[in-house]
Design a protein around this ligand. Structure first.
Ligand code: GLU
Length: 505
């Protein structure tokens, strides 16, 4: 247990939430709960050009669906707010100016056209130690000119002055010691011409002001780490720097690169937590929630992408994960995404989930498909009968709609060619038996059915398959006498009659 743990999830509201983002949320959250700490949601919306309306609400909804409620955040508030960076705009400039004052950063006046021109002239141009003297900035221009440019309101950005050839080293909680050469990074912009900080400045200032103790984020942010480390150092906050953990990437099923939204579309599975509709293009990207995942299964599956507890156990509730999770057991290597395995987690959680919650979710699915269910008790009995066959929530529609309404179509291919008057007589007699012996158990019904089969010289299979098709429309479903019991004798007889018409037509 570590004291005063404060961790954060810091998404930029630019679109749908990738499953890798939710895994970052989860690992942060587990670590906070394990240590009696706080989990903070901070919205990193300083890049106005990438801001997408609705994306923040969507992120908050995804967290709610997953059952992960931040201790502090834009909705919850908290002592270190505001928790949206755009609302903290005024806080950042002083830090950027301080860096300029101390010689760690500088003003740069280059116009977009000048930068483009330079990029044309120099292949792979980097604004850094090699070229900064050739550009228009407070390191290359005379002091007086810089003063005049600023006073006359010339737009400028503030850039970090990356050291020419230093090694920056830190200890990552997953990767161990990681080193970078400062010459590899350009002089990143810290404060933009509109006064907004860039991600690099804002993330450091806010992690400091919000007293973040541990920063867990995706591996794609590793290349930014040296810039952040230097900023912590240059701002004199090295002692308070959070411990970093860069989480392994989630890879395409074949292991070739990072899993993208496009892979999901190509291979037919969701990559986002929930459905996301791009407000500009109207394009809908499917989500795990809408495809029929339980949040418990989604979370469990994500926890196992890159982590295990050292045993063979794979099914974990969030509470169990809080007890078992350890960063030390997170793999360095990327984790391949396997959709069949993801569905397996869902199947297991469907089997595990207790009564009313599943009943409610299945009732919603049935309603979406136009099947109204008035009796919850009956629905939960149905669910128990079919749940082993359901991998995704919508599977319950196909597996159980026939309990609530007669089939519209019948799979009669195997029945019609072998149909005889004797079979019709059998079903008429069986209907009579049902109506005059109401209330028999499924087992008693089966016995009666078998007796009647023998008396009339049929093999059981001759009439059992047609009976199933009469009740459910196809060759599927649980034991046929369980179905009879549940729908009741009158409904069973009415379905027999309806199907007899279909067979003869
Ligand atoms: N705003 C960054 C993102 O969108 C946050 C990265 C970090 O956690 O430092 O993922």
């Amino acid at each position: 247990m570590q004291d005063n743990v404060r961790v954060r999830f810091a998404p930029s509201p630019t679109g749908g939430l990738h499953l890798g983002g939710v895994r970052t949320v989860l690992f942060n959250y587990l670590f906070a709960r394990q240590n009696g700490g706080k989990f903070i949601l901070r919205i990193e919306d300083t890049d106005q050009t990438r801001y997408v309306p609705g994306a923040e609400e969507y992120i908050q909804d995804c967290l709610k669906w997953c059952g992960i409620v931040p201790d502090e955040g834009p909705e919850q508030g908290g002592p270190y707010g505001p928790y949206r960076q755009s609302e903290r705009k005024a806080m950042y400039r002083d830090y950027a100016e301080r860096l300029v004052h101390d010689g760690y950063a500088y003003y740069a006046f280059d116009t977009p056209e000048e930068l483009d021109q330079k990029r044309k002239e120099v292949p792979n141009f980097q604004y850094g130690h090699a070229f900064r003297k050739e550009m228009r900035n407070s390191l290359s221009l005379p002091h007086e000119e810089v003063r005049q440019l600023i006073e006359s309101g010339t737009p400028y950005v503030i850039r970090i002055r990356m050291p020419e050839d230093e090694t920056v080293t830190f200890t990552d909680l997953i990767r161990g010691e990681v080193s970078f050469q400062t010459s590899q990074s350009d002089d990143k912009v810290l404060l933009k011409a509109d006064g907004m900080p860039t991600y690099h400045l804002a993330v450091v200032v806010d992690d400091y002001l919000m007293k973040i103790t541990h920063a867990f984020r995706g591996e794609e942010w590793l290349p930014s780490a040296p810039v952040h480390l230097l900023l912590w150092k240059y701002l004199g906050w090295e002692e308070e720097m959070p411990r970093w953990a860069h989480l392994p990437l989630i890879l395409k099923p074949d292991g070739n690169g990072k899993l993208s939204k496009r892979d999901g579309a190509r291979l037919g599975f969701p990559v986002y937590a929930m459905n996301w509709t791009d407000p500009a293009s109207g394009e809908l990207t499917p989500g795990f929630r809408e495809i029929g995942f339980l949040p418990e299964a989604f979370i469990n599956m994500l926890a196992m992408l890159g982590w295990n507890d050292g045993t063979d156990q794979e099914i974990f509730s969030v509470d169990e994960l809080v007890g078992r999770f350890s960063l030390g057991r997170v793999n360095k290597a990327g984790a391949k995404f396997d959709y069949e395995k993801a569905k397996w987690f869902n199947t297991e959680w469907i089997k595990k989930l207790e009564g009313p919650k599943l009943t409610q979710l299945v009732a919603i699915e049935l309603r979406k498909a136009g099947v109204e269910v008035s009796d919850d008790q009956q629905l939960s009995t149905v669910i128990e009968l079919v749940k082993d066959r359901c991998h995704l929530l919508p599977d319950f529609v196909a597996q159980s709609a026939y309990f609530f309404r007669a089939p519209d179509t019948y799979d009669l291919g195997a029945v019609k060619p072998k149909w005889t008057d004797a079979k019709e007589e059998f079903f008429k007699a069986f209907s009579g038996l049902l109506l005059s012996n109401k209330g028999l158990s499924a087992q008693e019904l089966e016995e009666k059915f078998k007796e009647m089969t023998q008396e009339r010289g049929f093999k059981i299979g001759d009439v059992m398959l047609p009976y199933r098709i009469m009740l459910v429309g196809g060759k599927f479903g649980p034991a046929v006498f369980d179905i009879t019991r549940l729908i009741g004798e009158d409904e069973a007889v009415s379905r027999i009659n309806k199907a007899l018409e279909a067979i003869k037509s």
